[in-house]
Design a protein around this ligand. Structure first.
Ligand SMILES: [Zn+2]
Length: 66
């Protein structure tokens, strides 16, 4: 399985976030991610962003999944 990273389509940075809902889970006693929405924001650009997916390559020492 190829891991991916999500980057800002404008500056290429990874300091990005999505709008989402979290719901409370009694069992784990924590907020768990619910719906994730399309709206995205880049902290580096300090603006709404278009996100791009890229495969993560050339990870030194990364464990390979077979
Ligand atoms: Zn950006």
């Amino acid at each position: 399985m190829t891991k991916i990273t999500i980057r800002c389509g404008n500056c290429g940075g990874d300091n990005v976030m999505r709008d989402a809902w979290a719901t409370w889970d009694d069992a784990s006693q924590s907020w768990v991610l619910g719906n994730v929405f399309d709206a995205a924001f880049c902290n580096d650009c300090e603006a709404d962003a278009t996100l791009v997916e890229r495969p993560i390559n050339d990870q030194p020492g990364a464990v390979r999944c077979s």
